[in-house]
Design a protein around this ligand. Structure first.
Ligand code: GLA
Length: 397
């Protein structure tokens, strides 16, 4: 081949490759489609947010759930990394809270009751004797009103919901606003705010189940993910997973994630708290730097794909849950069976049972006040040539 012809062939091939790869990256923006109807005829919608890197977050108006989240591995391959269902039907019957917004009170309230100003409020018992994640019909089972809103550095979707006075036993009409922003720096930012017309308690979170290997048929477990949690203390629980009130030092326990440690290293440890949780299902009290508006809470690295997720939050706690209640009987997206330890959750929050624990940071919201918290899930990848994580060997702690 002559030099000029060879050159044409080479440049043509380069152009083809460039076109092929750029055409696989979706355009930044927001699209909306139907996600199906609930049994009572309500229409659920699915909003797909895409950033300039092709990262994509799909959010359902039913439960405000993050239905899928596609982020790149170290080679740039986008894969969905959250558990969920293909249509609204799965979310209607769901008991695992996949990807959903959780409220009015995320996590447990002991004996499903609490007092405010000497008045006792009785809640629905939906977890043994306790109330879990807002009750029988929590915010995860509500249809939220969606609106696209402008964002400086990405795509944003606002979801609003009015939780009526007395809903699931909680006092006060609570106006809730959640804004999901998918930034061009590959962050999924969640801003939660709320106001009330009567003194009440509020603790909002998101219940995404992550597996940075990617989810789908034949997916692996999360035991090889390497986790760091910025916490010196955690809140031990009783057999109903209600905090005892103690703030226990993590050192010398399977809860010490101050140095990067494989999730699976101590998950079967012969230790009382691990046994009570059937794995990790505990709130960590986050170390906060004075004056920092938002702090790093946790960092998960998946060594095979190189995917890294950091969790930043304004909240004082995070519930680390290793999907101990999944047993393969739930089939999610594409029919994939979700087994025990198929994913992990990092639910940023105030501590469980705070309404009954005077020593925990308060979850009370007064009329005239405004609840506002922010959590950011930030995605990046490991450099293949640089082994930055240290996997500790399992110990018998
Ligand atoms: C939270 C709880 C767990 C479990 C899951 C949902 O993480 O702490 O005990 O209820 O939600 O299955």
């Amino acid at each position: 081949m002559k030099r000029s012809k060879l050159w044409t062939a080479i440049t043509g091939a380069i152009l083809m490759t460039t076109l092929a790869s750029s055409s696989t990256i979706a355009k930044p923006g927001i699209t909306k489609s139907s996600f199906g109807k609930t049994p009572d005829g309500a229409e659920a919608e699915l909003y797909k947010l895409t950033n300039k890197n092709g990262v994509e977050a799909a959010i359902s108006t039913y439960g405000g759930a993050v239905v899928s989240l596609k982020v790149p591995d170290r080679h740039g391959t986008l894969e969905d990394i959250v558990l969920g269902y293909d249509s609204v039907d799965g979310y209607v019957s769901d008991k695992a809270y996949f990807g959903a917004l959780i409220g009015r009170y995320g996590n447990r309230i002991g004996h499903a009751q609490f007092s405010l100003d000497h008045k006792r409020y009785m809640l629905a018992k939906n977890n043994g004797a306790n109330s879990l994640h807002g009750g029988i019909k929590g915010f995860n089972k509500a249809i939220w009103t969606a609106k696209e809103v402008p964002a400086k550095d990405g795509q944003a979707l606002e979801l609003t919901y009015l939780s009526k006075d007395g809903e699931e036993g909680f006092p006060g009409n609570l106006h809730v606003r959640v804004v999901y922003t998918l930034t061009d720096s590959n962050e999924l930012k969640i801003d939660y705010s709320a106001t009330t017309d009567k003194k009440t308690v509020v603790n909002l979170t998101n219940h995404a189940y992550f597996n940075l290997l990617g989810v789908g048929q034949g997916m692996g477990d999360i035991l090889g993910h390497v986790l760091t949690v910025e916490a010196d203390k955690f809140t031990p629980v009783d057999s109903g997973l209600i905090p005892t009130g103690e703030l226990r030092d993590v050192s010398g326990t399977p809860f010490d994630f101050r140095k990067p440690t494989a999730i699976g290293a101590r998950i079967d440890a012969n230790e009382e708290q691990i046994k009570l949780g059937g794995g990790y299902d505990h709130n960590f009290a986050l170390r906060r730097k004075m004056g920092d508006p938002i702090s790093l809470a946790a960092r998960a690295v998946e060594p095979a794909s190189g995917r890294i997720m950091e969790v930043w939050t304004t909240e004082p706690g995070v519930q680390f849950y290793t999907s101990n209640f999944l047993d393969g009987s739930v089939h999610g997206k594409g029919g994939a069976a979700y087994a025990k330890h198929a994913a992990f959750c990092l639910e940023t929050q105030h501590f469980p049972d705070s309404p009954n624990q005077s020593k925990f940071p308060s979850t009370v919201l007064n009329p005239g006040g405004r609840y506002h918290t922010t959590t950011i899930y930030k995605f990046s990848t490991q450099n293949p040539k640089y082994k930055e994580v240290k996997i500790l060997k399992p110990t018998n702690q």
